[in-house]
Design a protein around this ligand. Structure first.
Ligand SMILES: Nc1ncnc2c1ncn2[C@@H]1O[C@H](COP(=O)(O)OP(=O)(O)OP(=O)(O)O)[C@@H](O)[C@H]1O
Length: 620
């Protein structure tokens, strides 16, 4: 309860268990709409004419009463989320259906109170910023130079600054970049700080505003960059395309900004050379429609614009490559991919754990699109370990979705918080707020399922979250909680049912380029024997389909000096196998590997028994 209250967890009504909850800075509860592009089309056809855009269905808005011009409604093809360019109302597909009069309710109007609320919050933000700031372009040249440097922004020409309606507060500590919606109306600001804290979108990302260069270029092309400095560097270079700064950088691409990008036929993604940026480019392209996306390949010759302002930007943009390959392709088309894979071998190997260097040695890193299965005796610490392994990755920006069916989310969050802190929380309650604030910033989402669930329902929630939050790592603890029987499954035995679940997650991981970690209990085995890949419960499917198999082995029961360790029993990426000793720090609930001094290493090597000397034993 303490955790619930202090984590500001929203109270979730129980009308449906099909919810995903973000219990951190964004406390919105997202219900999972049961929609597909086909079902949306079918409903729309019965009511009105519509166009099919790259990411949305677009139709005139007959619902909004105060139209500035011809207002249009944009309906996301994947989630059914709608947004009106006139009154700015936005909501879930079910609400839209209700407004169309398709459901039980006969209401045919958008709820006026929500429209007023949205308009009011936009107006308040715009007034607030206008009243408390002046245009950056009004500064004298010397002062402008000084201010740009203070904000660590590229030094751009006065004529480039003149094209933007950027505003500066009186103290010259905050800058406000205008965000426009699809109708080129300013609907908010992106606020940056001279103290370099995290940028803020005002009033909310739900207004769908993006930062676009001015004046608009007639060409239907836009270059998408992750940061304001990149935006300014390209603006200064007068590239021949529109420039758009993504509101959340490479962290995620919100569905609310997709309508604002509908008008571009060609999008060039220039997101940078980091692993995260590289993955984001592929994910975002899928969301934006791969066929209209080109990518600036991450090579050393293509740094982000603000990192090397002397690069030939125009040449780099003209060499951007399509991300989409036809079903049949040739090596000539793949050549650029192969080259950049080889050039970025370290990044291709995945995100490295900070806490588990031995895992990096064996597995090389955590890669998208793979399936990891972890097993171990009951109570051996599977959840505790996976919690820390996923926390480590989330701290490094891996967007993570947890499905904890066995233990409550609040308890899991408490474990993670303690692992992040490294000390017992109950003895340090005075530090709680600071820690919780830090934890809230992590891209971790929790599914609110508890107890037995049908695989279909879970998969829908996982697919939805992956689209909306750009999830890169899904953890299911544990698979046995999806074995509940539906009518069609009654004839299948438990092994077959589990195989079907593993198969579903395998396909999901590959299709969505998302890493899935499944916790699976072992079969009943003799306690004095080590577990092996064939000890995993179910048929052979789990170990066959998995890219990585991790087993927690507990030798403490069979040997006086025996330890607990994690065995990598399968590793499809490099083939290396090995073990990592798990030394438990109860105060931190952590298995974090200690960095040993040379002397300690020497004395350990001479004293460990054969079963445990394998601290970082890699078998190639
Ligand atoms: N090496 C360890 N030594 C002592 N206690 C541990 C160790 N690892 C985990 N624990 C504690 O043991 C308890 C059970 O751990 P955990 O829930 O992670 O195990 P599990 O394998 O996931 O369990 P289950 O099989 O029930 O799913 C927790 O309270 C955890 O803090």
């Amino acid at each position: 309860m303490l955790c619930l209250r202090l984590f500001k967890m929203p109270i979730v009504k129980t009308w449906s268990c099909r919810k995903i909850k973000r219990n951190m800075n964004d406390i919105a509860v997202e219900s999972i709409p049961e929609v597909s592009a086909t079902s949306i089309k079918k409903t729309l056809r019965n009511h009105t004419s519509f166009e099919e855009g790259h990411t949305c269905f677009i139709m005139p808005c007959n619902l909004c009463t105060r139209k500035p011009k011809v207002a249009r409604i944009y309906i996301n093809k994947t989630t059914g989320m709608f947004m009106c360019s006139g009154c700015k109302i936005t909501g879930q597909w079910q609400t839209f259906e209700t407004m169309l009069g398709n459901k039980r309710s006969r209401a045919k109007k958008a709820p006026q109170d929500s429209i007023e609320e949205i308009e009011e919050s936009i107006k308040r933000t715009l007034d607030d910023v206008t009243n408390n700031t002046t245009f950056l372009r009004l500064l004298e040249e010397d002062r402008l130079l000084y201010t740009l440097k203070k904000f660590k922004l590229p030094v751009i020409t006065k004529s480039a600054v003149d094209t933007l309606d950027v505003r500066l507060n009186e103290k010259e500590t905050q800058m406000f970049f205008p965000l426009e919606n699809i109708e080129s109306e300013v609907v908010g600001y992106r606020k940056i700080n001279s103290a370099h804290s995290i940028d803020e979108t005002l009033p909310t990302i739900k207004c769908g505003g993006i930062l676009i260069s001015k004046p608009p270029k007639h060409k239907d092309t836009a270059v998408l960059v992750p940061n304001i400095p990149d935006f300014l560097a390209l603006l200064n270079a007068k590239v021949n395309s529109n420039i758009v700064c993504l509101p959340n950088g490479v962290s995620n691409l919100s569905q609310y900004v997709l309508p604002s990008l509908e008008k571009y036929k060609k999008l060039i993604l220039w997101l940078g050379n980091e692993t995260k940026a590289w993955e984001a480019a592929r994910d975002f392209a899928r969301k934006l429609g791969e066929k209209r996306c080109l990518i600036v390949r991450p090579t050393d010759a293509h740094k982000l614009p603000h990192l090397a302002e002397s690069q030939d930007f125009k040449a780099i943009l003209s060499e951007a490559q399509p991300i989409w390959h036809k079903s049949i392709t040739t090596f000539a088309n793949l050549r650029a991919d192969v080259y950049s894979d080889l050039l970025n071998i370290d990044k291709v190997q995945g995100v490295k754990w900070k806490r588990f260097p031995t895992l990096n040695k064996i597995l090389k890193g955590h890669r998208r699109g793979e399936l990891t299965v972890i097993t171990g005796p009951t109570g051996s610490g599977k959840t505790t370990f996976i919690s820390e392994y996923s926390l480590d990755l989330a701290v490094q920006g891996v967007n993570t979705l947890w499905g904890s069916f066995e233990i409550r989310n609040a308890r899991l969050a408490k474990t993670m918080l303690q692992q992040m802190a490294g000390f017992p929380l109950d003895e340090n309650l005075h530090l709680f707020d600071d820690l919780a604030n830090e934890f809230e910033k992590l891209p971790i989402y929790f599914m609110t399922f508890h107890g037995q669930q049908a695989i279909k329902v879970v998969m829908e929630a996982v697919e939805h979250a992956t689209y909306v939050y750009d999830i890169g790592h899904v953890i299911i603890d544990n698979v046995q909680f999806m074995m509940g029987m539906t009518e069609e499954q009654k004839h299948l035995d438990r092994f077959w049912r589990q195989d079907a679940i593993v198969q579903a997650f395998r396909q999901f991981a590959t299709r969505k380029n998302c890493h899935v970690t499944l916790v699976i209990h072992p079969r009943k085995e003799r306690e004095d024997e080590d577990l092996t890949t064939s000890s995993i419960f179910g048929g052979a499917k789990a170990s066959q389909e998995a890219d990585n198999v991790l087993i927690i082995q507990d030798r403490r029961l069979t040997s006086t000096k025996g330890k607990k360790y994690l065995q990598v029993a399968k590793n499809r990426y490099s083939g290396d196998l090995g073990v990592m000793t798990l030394e438990f720090n109860k105060a931190a609930l952590s298995y974090q590997q200690k960095t040993k001094t040379k002397e300690k290493k020497k004395s350990d090597e001479s004293s460990t028994d054969s079963s445990t000397q394998d601290e970082s034993n890699v078998i190639s």
